[in-house]
Design a protein around this ligand. Structure first.
Ligand code: HEC
Length: 110
C-alpha cells in the first residue's frame, strides 16, 4: 500500500513539473500577433511580411523566409537596423514577447 502511494505521488509530481515546463515554454502567440500588427508604433506589419500575423509589408525582409531566432529579433527591435527604427516605446517584456513570437511563428516547422 505504502509503496503504491509513493509511486502515485511521484507520477503526479512528474506530471506537475512537465505541465509547468510546458507553460513556460509556450509563447503567447495571440499577444505577440497583436504587438506585431497593432501595438508597436510603427507596426512591424507595415514593413514586414509574416503569415501568422496576416502581415504583408514589403519594405523589410520577409520574416517567414528569414526565420530569425528570438535573439536576432530582439536586437533588431532594440537597436533598429537599416531603415528599421529602434523601438523605445516598447517595454522589456513586450520586446521579449514579440521576439519569441516572431521566432515561434516563423520557425514552427523546424
Ligand atoms: C519602417 C519599416 C520597418 C518597421 C516598422 C519594422 N521593420 Fe524590421 N526591418 C526593416 C528593414 C528595412 C530591415 C532590413 C534592415 C537591413 O538589413 O538593412 C528590417 C529587419 C528586420 C529583422 C532582421 C534583422 C537582422 O538581423 O537581419 C527583423 C527580425 C525585424 N526587422 C523585425 C521587426 C519587428 C519585430 C518589427 C516591429 C517591432 C519591425 N521589424 C518593424 C524595416 C522595418
Amino acid at each position: 500500500m505504502k509503496q503504491s502511494f509513493y509511486k502515485n505521488a511521484s507520477v503526479a509530481i512528474i506530471f506537475a513539473v512537465l505541465a509547468a515546463a510546458n507553460a513556460v515554454a509556450q509563447v503567447n502567440m495571440e499577444e505577440g500577433k497583436k504587438l506585431f500588427a497593432q501595438t508597436a508604433v510603427p507596426a512591424c506589419a507595415v514593413c514586414h511580411t509574416l503569415k501568422h500575423a496576416g502581415a504583408t509589408g514589403e519594405i523589410g525582409p520577409v520574416l517567414d523566409e528569414l526565420k530569425p531566432d528570438a535573439t536576432r529579433v530582439e536586437k533588431a527591435i532594440r537597436n533598429g537596423i537599416g531603415q528599421m527604427p529602434p523601438y523605445q516605446s516598447l517595454s522589456d517584456a513586450q520586446i521579449k514577447l514579440l521576439a519569441n513570437y516572431v521566432a515561434a511563428a516563423t520557425q514552427a516547422e523546424k
